[in-house]
Design a protein around this ligand. Structure first.
Ligand SMILES: [Zn+2]
Ligand SMILES: [Zn+2]
Length: 141
C-alpha cells in the first residue's frame, strides 16, 4: 500500500492523515518483526521528537479498525502488531520473544479446507509456533 492509497483509505473513513500518523503507518506496515507500541515509539521518537505513545496507540488502533494490521496479545502480557493479514505462522522464540512470519502455503491450503468443512467465515485467524531461535540456542551452550 503506497502513501496515496493510505491517504485515500483514511479519508474515506473520515480520518485525517497527519505527518506523525503517516510515519507510524509506514513504520508498522513495513515491519515483519511484530513490534510493540513501545518499540515503535522508541524508533520514531528519533525522527519525530514530539511524537507521543498515545498517538502511537491511537494510530495502531485505527489501523486495526481499518483492517490493515492485527493485534496479537501474548502470554507475558505484551501486545504486538502484525501487518500481515493473510494466514501465516508467527514463529515466536520462547526465550527472547523475537517473532518472524513464516509463509506456509500448504498450511493455507489445508486451513481453507478445514474452514470450508466447518462452514464458517472466520473473523480472524492466528497460528503461533514457539521455538528457540538461533541466538538463544547459542547462549544456552
Ligand atoms: Zn505474523
Ligand atoms: Zn530467541
Amino acid at each position: 500500500m503506497d502513501d496515496q492509497e493510505l491517504f485515500a483509505l483514511f479519508r474515506k473513513n473520515g480520518y485525517k492523515v497527519t505527518t506523525q500518523r503517516l510515519a507510524i503507518c509506514k513504520f508498522i506496515l513495513s515491519r515483519n518483526d511484530h513490534p510493540t507500541a513501545e518499540v515503535i515509539y522508541q524508533e520514531l521518537r528519533k525522527e519525530y521528537p514530539t511524537i507521543s505513545l498515545g498517538t502511537i496507540y491511537k494510530t495502531l488502533h485505527l489501523l486495526k479498525e481499518l483492517g490493515l494490521i492485527q493485534e496479537l496479545g501474548f502470554n507475558e502480557g505484551s501486545i504486538r502488531y502484525d501487518p500481515d493479514m493473510e494466514l501465516h505462522i508467527n514463529m515466536v522464540c520462547s526465550i527472547c520473544g523475537k517473532i518472524y512470519d513464516y509463509k506456509a502455503e500448504n498450511v493455507k491450503k489445508l486451513w481453507n479446507v478445514i474452514i470450508s468443512d466447518i462452514g464458517i467465515k472466520p473473523d480472524g485467524q492466528r497460528i503461533d509456533l514457539y521455538y528457540k531461535c538461533d541466538d538463544c540456542k547459542k547462549n544456552e551452550l
